[in-house]
Design a protein around this ligand. Sequence first.
Ligand SMILES: [Zn+2]
Length: 286
Amino acid sequence: MSSTNPNKLYQKLFTGLKKKFCCNEVDNLLEYSRKRIDKNDNKNIVRFVCISDIHTPSRIRKERIPWQFPQGDVLLVAGDLTMRGSAREVSQVVDWLRDTPYSHRVVIAGNHDFCLDPQDDDYSPEAEAALQRECIYLRDSSVVLFDSVKIYGSPVTPEFHSMAFNVARGSDIEQVWSSIPEDTDILLTHGPPLGHGDLVHNGIRAGCADLLMRVNQVRPAYHVFGHIHEAYGVTTDGYTAFVNAACCNLRYFLEHQPLVFEFAVAEPQQKPSLDEQLESGLSLGN
Ligand SMILES: [Zn+2]
């Protein structure tokens, strides 16, 4: 079956008697995440704050953002930092991100961020470097935080009006998603998969079917994205929580709150005993 017609495929996979995939709404992501943490295994709890589709860098400082940044450790930004994709806009976003109260900021680009796309005429290595200085910038790549959480990020969305990081649906985009590592814990993409956070205001499903298939193989605990502003919210298929964190509404006004979840990471580092320190030569300064 062709993966290039998401609406037909949605009918086939998500509705009817023989449906293969399910999609249940999650009202409170933080509560959902806490239920998934086993309190008995003495792990550190880290808090992730998700945003996407800021789009309005020149207005960020002037406009009253309709929310306070929630407490957290890691900020996840799922692309569309800018409106027109200029290097100037990226530098405004970088200044803004620098002031956010998080120890780590993991960022991807989106289809509006032309100057970050190496295939685009407006590509600016300087804008990319500025982002890399202040953030963990992922472009079809991964990072491991706290010795245990693997986050993979990709700016790619299915071809639509020849925007940045666009790849044709079908075998081309399937190839892109095949790079998502099997052991990904948190997946960060700009666009949604088919059937989760992808319902456009006109009733069309815009999500990527090939991304859904890959997520179904990898089963990350969280898949964070944006792109479809009006489909902000959280759903789950029973394995993965799908988080559409688009901050802008359909009219590109910042309206939606950041979404927060907690995640158990590697056990707290035990301080070595004095005996162990002597044995390893630590106390001798070796
Ligand atoms: Zn957007």
